[in-house]
Design a protein. Structure first.
Length: 512
């Protein structure tokens, strides 16, 4: 019987979530949903020196915004908790000691000064930073050259110690990655990593293996930067006797910036685009990084563009809902080469999503944008929704709704008179004066009637309507933008339309 799928995202609460992190979440989520499995979020906070207050809340808020809520987490505990590694501290000890007992790990008592001496002593031109490994371990202070009893006595006396893995001298370590296929390492290339630290906390290496086992994880998807740790983890799975339970791994390719280097905050600053999901201010470094949410991306667009950064279903379709992605996703179709992030393309996704979203869907976001800019629209939700439908094609990011909507509720602050005055003449003044009279008498205020009267008066005055529409538009909205001008007039209403024509006629002064 196949085991139920259980995947996990295991962030360290050291900062905000960037594109790569959220993409890992997304691939986990898609895979879990597709297989009717569970998506677990585990907080990997064993490195207390890197802990950043607020980062954990940020991660949860960010996943909530993206709509990728884990099935089990600190916030929604399941049967295999706790879901924060610092609260599981004691659980790891027995495994570390078991490995020592078996001879697959050892106690090491070296002081920082001794470690430094070792690095100095074995430094060569080819190997400028020697590590603790099969060549150096015999020169160090560890339980490999003493009776285990003697080592335990030292520990009982309170001598600080760590537990290190003893990597085999000459073995090839292999596994099959879901994206990369067969991957192998030679054990001599891998150092004796610390498993248990002097403060009693496990390192990531021990904790990730123990927790993936205890939490019954079936598939582990993580960034490519962890590939080099895979042999240590494989060895631990073997030596703890859990190989049959080992998850299938996929190491996800990096996301690159426009210059081909690994995407980083530096790219965001240099090119002026966000790389974090939501705004994040690091309270320790006091550093601000901009987010996609605040730039005005819809979460639907954000997860869509992320999914396609390194994956496609082969059909050429780029715009997909989360449900479509769930049914089409496959880890085998994730490219092994890095994906290049293109901000213009990201904006394209958002524009497409705004165009396809219903006005009802957009309404709360648009209201928030207007409110932020201090505009309280005097319109019912229904009226606002019909205006949103009129202008949404013209909005790439949510803040664009402000420019496209503000003139519906308040006369434009600035009117681009220069674009009118060059071709202005008395005939046009007379036309608009007559238009005002006609509009004042209209019993219904409908765009079709407005257009009809407009064209009739133009024809009667031997004027081309095309030459009058641009001035009319500028009178109403302030510039050369917006949807159909009669639709705008309909929504602005009779009094305001007439008022704005009068206002501009006044500004243009008497025609010569
Ligand atoms: N804590 C690791 C990180 O911050 C998790 C790596 C993994 O998923 O194994 O990325």
């Amino acid at each position: 019987m196949t085991k139920p799928v259980r995947v996990r995202f295991a962030p360290s609460p050291t900062g905000g979530l960037h594109l790569g992190g959220v993409r890992t979440v997304l691939y986990n989520y898609l895979f879990a949903r597709q297989h009717g499995g569970q998506f677990i979020l585990r907080i990997e906070d064993t490195d207390q020196t890197r802990f950043v207050p607020g980062a954990e809340d940020y991660i949860f808020n960010c996943l909530a915004w993206c709509g990728l809520v884990p099935d089990e987490s600190v916030q929604r505990p399941g049967a295999v908790g706790p879901y924060r590694q610092s609260e599981r501290k004691e659980m790891y000890h027995q495994y570390a000691h078991r490995l020592v007992e078996q001879g697959d790990a050892y106690y090491a008592f070296d002081t920082p000064a001794e470690l430094e001496q070792m690095r100095e002593r074995f430094k060569t031109a080819e190997n400028p930073s020697p590590t603790y490994n099969q060549h150096t371990r015999q020169h160090m202070r560890n339980s490999l050259h003493m009776e285990l009893e003697a080592a335990r006595e030292l520990i009982a006396e309170g001598t600080p110690y760590v537990v290190r893995i003893k990597m085999p001298d000459d073995e090839t370590i292999r596994f099959t990655d879901m994206i990369r296929g067969e991957v192998s390492f030679h054990s001599s290339q891998v150092d004796d990593k610390v498993l248990l630290k002097a403060d009693g906390m496990p390192t990531y290496h021990l904790a990730v293996v123990v927790d993936d086992y205890l939490m019954q994880i079936t598939h582990a998807f993580r960034g490519e930067e962890w590939l080099s740790s895979a042999p240590v983890h494989l060895r631990l799975w073997q030596q703890l006797g859990w190989t049959d339970h080992m998850p299938q791994w996929a190491h996800l390719p990096l996301i690159m910036g426009p210059d081909g280097a690994k995407l980083s905050k530096r790219h965001g600053n240099k090119y002026g685009f966000p790389i974090f999901a939501m705004n994040w201010t690091d309270p320790v470094k006091n550093e601000f990084t901009e987010g996609f949410r605040e730039r005005g991306f819809l979460p639907e667009a954000f997860v869509n563009l992320l999914a396609l950064l390194g994956w496609n279903d082969g059909s050429g379709q780029e715009i997909m809902t989360l449900d479509e992605m769930v049914s089409r996703f496959s880890m085998e179709r994730v490219h092994s080469a890095g994906a290049q992030f293109d901000f213009e393309k990201a904006k394209w996704y958002n524009h497409e999503w705004i165009k396809r979203s219903s006005a009802q869907r957009l309404l709360p976001d648009v209201k928030a944008v207007l409110q932020q800019r201090g505009l309280q629209p005097t319109a019912t939700d229904e009226q606002l929704a019909s205006i949103i439908d009129l202008v949404k094609e013209r909005c790439t990011l949510l803040p664009d709704f402000y420019e496209q909507l503000a003139y519906f509720f308040a006369a434009p602050a600035r009117i681009d008179l220069d674009s009118i005055s060059g071709k202005w003449n008395e005939q046009k003044t007379l036309f608009f004066a007559e238009l005002i009279r006609s509009y004042e008498l209209l019993p219904y205020w409908q765009s079709t009637d407005l257009e009809h009267s407009f064209k009739e008066i133009a024809a009667a005055n031997h004027l081309k309507p095309g030459e009058l529409m641009l001035p009319f538009r500028i009178m109403l909205v302030g510039g050369k933008f917006g949807p159909g001008v009669f639709d705008i007039a309909q929504h602005i209403g009779q009094a305001d339309t007439i008022g704005r024509i009068r206002l501009t006629l006044g500004l243009l002064g008497p025609a010569h």
